[in-house]
Design a protein around this ligand. Structure first.
Ligand SMILES: CC(C)(COP(=O)(O)OP(=O)(O)OC[C@H]1O[C@@H](n2cnc3c(N)ncnc32)[C@H](O)[C@@H]1OP(=O)(O)O)[C@@H](O)C(=O)NCCC(=O)NCCS
Length: 168
């Protein structure tokens, strides 16, 4: 296993600017909300942060903000998040990385940490969801061990879903 390069932190209101920066990146917004105007990104970032803070208040886990250990630079958001797919409650592995840090394996590290946390929490299963055309995201999920066999619709768009048993 690779040496740890990222430091996860529980998100707080003080991270608002980091969320705004991340979700206002055109490449990140285009992957998450294809075809949607970028001027909604700041409002979305605020909603996501508020949701993450509330998630941690309700559960003993949630999405983290990640910083490079070597430099202290913010690189993205990722972790575990409760969601519903086709009316069923699940815990999703998620990740988004600043484009200037893409291609260094950071999303893979975030997903691996999320899966490790799910095992510590003794969750039975985690799921991964990705737009079918998001090849980098598909690869991140495959590297956790998921097979993306199921087709589901999210926000009106076709997505692929995989499941990973996290209790051995
Ligand atoms: C998806 C995303 C998180 C990947 O982040 P990253 O830190 O660059 O990912 P990694 O460096 O860990 O690389 C992931 C894998 O995808 C591969 N990959 C990257 N771009 C690819 C592409 N266009 N096509 C196919 N594979 C690709 C990498 O080679 C790597 O696989 P490998 O280790 O087998 O070589 C990043 O692009 C992102 O933040 N996108 C916007 C938000 C998003 O889409 N989040 C996912 C929502 S479901």
């Amino acid at each position: 296993m690779r040496a740890r390069r990222l430091r996860p932190e529980r998100p707080w209101q003080e991270h608002a600017q980091l969320y705004r920066d991340l979700f206002s990146e055109p490449a990140v917004a285009a992957a998450l909300w294809p075809g949607q105007p970028l001027d909604r990104a700041a409002a979305r970032a605020a909603e996501i942060l508020a949701g993450d803070i509330e998630h941690w208040q309700k559960c003993s886990f949630g999405p983290w903000v990640f910083f490079e250990i070597a430099t202290g630079v913010f690189v993205g958001r990722g972790g575990l998040c409760r969601t519903a797919v086709a009316g069923r409650e699940c815990v999703q592995v998620l990740y988004a990385v600043r484009p200037d840090a893409w291609g260094r394996g950071y999303a893979t590290d975030m997903a691996a940490l999320a899966v490790a946390r799910a095992r510590e929490l003794r969750l039975a299963e985690v799921v991964g969801l990705t737009a079918a055309g998001n090849h980098a995201s598909r690869r991140v999920l495959e590297k956790t061990g998921m097979c993306l066999r199921e087709r589901v619709e999210r926000a009106g768009l076709p997505h692929l879903m995989g499941r990973l048993r996290t209790v051995l």
